[in-house]
Write a protein that binds this ligand. Structure first.
Ligand code: FEO
Length: 169
């Protein structure tokens, strides 16, 4: 059984994962409007992953006899001043989300809620990967600078991204 505190934090995190999906899809739409379809695909798939994160937490709350309370998801930004700024926004968001999972893990450990801490470990590890890949993306876009040719090559590379097995590839 989940404590009320853990239940509230996990429900808030479901909302944050859905908001993460909104941000990525909004960035995807932004790239689509710039004809950067590879970037758009990469962000769209990232948003899809965020939906699976929300679903995982949803399932955990229910499995623990908790109550899922879905709240309104706020609207994300809809435009950025450059591809670099959009990728930097994604990285900043992931860094914030990593902090949230650390706080969630701290709460689970302090309550000796071992089922939640084992569950949350997957997210702590996932955040390391997500921050690393988004940080690599930011660096790649930074290196491209104003070279249209290099941006085109990077766009093609990003367009090759596939979903992992958990996301339904
Ligand atoms: Fe679900 Fe990108 O964190």
């Amino acid at each position: 059984m989940l404590s009320k505190k853990m239940q509230k934090m996990l429900n808030d995190q479901i909302n944050m994962e859905l908001y993460s999906a909104y941000i990525y899809w909004s960035i995807s739409a932004y790239f689509h409007s710039m004809n950067l379809d590879g970037f758009a695909r990469w962000m769209r798939l990232q948003g899809q992953e965020e939906m699976t994160h929300a679903a995982k937490i949803f399932d955990h709350v229910l499995e623990r006899d908790g109550t899922v309370t879905l709240a309104q998801v706020k609207g994300p930004p809809t435009s950025w001043k450059s591809p670099l700024a959009a990728c930097q926004a994604a990285l900043k968001h992931e860094q914030m989300n990593s902090k949230r999972f650390n706080t969630l893990m701290d709460a689970a450990l302090s309550e000796k809620d071992h089922a939640s801490s084992t569950f949350l470990q997957w997210f702590v590890d996932e955040q390391v990967e997500e921050e690393a890949q988004t940080s690599a993306l930011v660096e790649n876009v930074r290196m491209v600078k104003d070279s249209g040719g290099a941006l085109f090559m990077l766009d093609r590379e990003l367009g090759a991204r596939q979903l992992g097995p958990e996301e339904g590839a």
